[in-house]
Design a binder for this molecule. Structure first.
Ligand code: HEC
Length: 162
């Protein structure tokens, strides 16, 4: 008769192996952070869409419309208020995953990352203040907001995925 080193009988050993196998795929999936990465990339796409409309109006390639400008600015403010806690789980960086451009620097200095997100919120709010007041006001406000996107990308966003 085979003695099991862990002291479990054959049936218990088989059961614990089955439990371990059942857990393995779930543990692997959790490490993919598929939903979190998709959610944060989606939020950035929405930001780019709204900023793009405002940028077009600022440059004059899209006809200025006060209501549309106010709406796009309000969307940018709304996203800035979305709590980011669920979007950035530790281990969801571009060293661990090939689905993301998020650099490990985000987690090495999360305060810096959070303050750059805060800067985006501040400039989004400033843009919302002036968005409906006329086309001339848009340029500087859009430029200031775009600067906050760029600052974070330069510090914390890695190269494009291929
Ligand atoms: C606090 C940091 C931060 C700020 C502020 C920020 N971004 Fe990003 N952005 C990132 C990071 C990090 C990624 C990579 C996310 C990933 O791939 O998981 C990203 C990705 C993106 C993407 C690519 C999304 C995709 O399709 O995968 C776009 C577009 C984008 N950002 C636009 C913007 C715009 C527009 C703004 C400003 C209105 C902005 N971002 C502000 C950090 C930031």
């Amino acid at each position: 008769m085979i003695r099991h080193a862990n002291g479990l009988g054959p049936r218990a050993a088989a059961a614990s192996l089955a439990a371990a196998l059942a857990l393995a795929p779930a543990a692997t999936l959790a490490q993919d952070f598929e939903n979190q990465v998709a959610a944060r990339q989606g939020q950035f796409k929405v930001m780019a869409l709204n900023l793009g409309m405002l940028g077009g109006m600022a440059r004059g390639t899209v006809e200025y419309d006060a209501d549309t400008a106010a709406l796009a600015a309000a969307n940018l403010v709304a996203i800035s208020q979305l709590d980011q806690a669920f979007h950035w789980p530790e281990g969801s960086d571009n060293i661990m995953l090939d689905t993301t451009r998020a650099q490990p620097s985000i987690w090495e200095d999360f305060d810096d990352f959070a303050s750059k997100w805060q800067d985006y919120g501040t400039q989004a709010a400033a843009l919302a203040e002036v968005a409906a007041t006329g086309q001339e006001a848009l340029g500087p406000a859009v430029g200031a907001l775009g600067g906050t996107c760029q600052a974070c990308h330069e510090a914390h966003r890695g190269p494009e995925l291929n």
